[in-house]
Design a protein around this ligand. Structure first.
Ligand SMILES: Nc1ncnc2c1ncn2[C@@H]1O[C@H](COP(=O)(O)OP(=O)(O)OP(=O)(O)O)[C@@H](O)[C@H]1O
Length: 235
C-alpha cells in the first residue's frame, strides 16, 4: 500500500496567494524520497502542508488510505506522520530525555518504552540523556530532533533540511542515520539544499519549480542526467 499520496495540492500562507499550485507527490513503503528545487519553490511548504501546519485549499492528501488533508497537526501526528522542522526543533533548555518526553506527549502511557527504543536506535542520545539540548553538537541536536519525531512511532517521517548548518562529516553521518531509518521500515520524505548528497541516499527525487512538479523519477537516473545536473544541481 502506498504510504502517502498527494494529488493536485494547492496551498499557501494567505488566501489568494497560492504557493503550491497543483502538486502531485507520493511515497511508497521503505522509500527515501527527496524533494529538491530552487529557493522558494515550495519544498518546505509541501512538508508543512502534509504535516497539517497549512490547510490545503484544493487537492487530496491520503496517508495509508486515510484522507488527512486539513486535519490538525496533532491528529496527523497521531495517524503516524512525524515532521522535523528545519529550525527550533528541540527545546534547548531541556535535557535530551525531557525532549524525548515532549516528542512522546501524544501517547504518554507508552513514553518509557518508546524512549528506550529511540535511545537504543540512537545510542548517543542515551549517553547524553541528562545533558541540556543546547549543549549538544549540531549533528547530535538533529539526531535528537529525529529521535523526538520517532517517539510517535511514525510510518512516515518528514525531514526539512536536516543537514542545514552541519559540517560535511556531520551531514554524511546524518544521511547514514536516515538510511538506517529506512532500513527499520520507515518511509521518509526529505527536503534538502544539499541536493546531490541527498539524492544519492534516496530512492526517488521530485524536482519542484514554482510550486509545481518539474521532473521526478529514480534518483540514480536523475543524477546521471546531464540536463538535470546543469539546470538544477549546479553541474
Ligand atoms: N510563513 C510564511 N508566510 C508567507 N509566505 C511564506 C512563509 N513561508 C514561506 N513563504 C513563501 O512561500 C514560498 C515558498 O517557500 P518555501 O519555504 O516552501 O520554499 P523552499 O522551496 O523550501 O525554499 P528554500 O529552498 O529557499 O528553503 C516563498 O515565496 C516564501 O516566501
Amino acid at each position: 500500500m502506498t504510504v502517502l499520496t498527494v494529488e493536485n495540492l494547492v496551498a499557501g500562507y494567505t488566501p489568494g496567494d497560492q504557493i503550491l499550485k497543483g502538486l502531485n507527490f507520493r511515497v511508497e513503503p521503505r522509500e527515501i524520497v527527496c524533494i529538491v528545487g530552487p529557493n522558494g519553490a515550495g519544498k518546505s511548504t509541501l512538508l508543512k502542508t502534509i504535516a497539517g501546519l497549512l490547510h490545503p485549499s484544493e487537492g487530496r492528501i491520503v496517508f495509508a488510505d486515510t484522507p488527512i488533508g486539513g486535519l490538525r497537526p496533532h491528529d496527523i501526528s497521531r495517524h503516524g506522520i512525524a515532521f522535523v522542522p528545519q529550525e527550533h526543533n528541540v527545546f534547548g533548555n531541556m535535557t535530551v530525555y525531557e525532549n524525548l518526553e515532549m516528542g512522546g506527549y501524544i501517547n504518554p502511557r507508552q513514553f518509557r518504552e518508546r524512549a528506550e527504543e529511540v535511545m537504543t536506535h540512537f545510542p548517543i542520545l542515551r549517553r547524553k540523556r541528562g545533558q541540556l539540548a543546547k549543549t549538544l553538537s549540531g549533528g547530535q541536536r538533529q539526531l535528537l530532533a529525529v529521535g523526538m519525531a520517532l517517539m510517535v512511532d511514525p510510518g512516515l517521517v518528514l525531514l526539512d533540511e536536516p543537514t542545514a548548518g552541519l559540517s560535511p562529516t556531520a551531514a554524511d553521518e546524518l544521511f547514514q542515520e536516515i538510511i538506517r531509518l529506512r532500513d527499520v521500515g520507515k518511509a521518509i520524505a526529505l527536503v534538502e539544499q544539499n541536493a546531490r548528497d541527498a539524492m544519492a541516499i534516496s530512492d526517488r527525487t521530485y524536482i519542484l519549480v514554482d510550486g509545481r512538479n518539474n521532473v521526478d523519477g529514480p534518483s540514480v537516473e536523475l543524477l546521471a542526467n546531464k540536463d538535470i545536473n546543469r539546470m538544477f544541481l549546479g553541474g
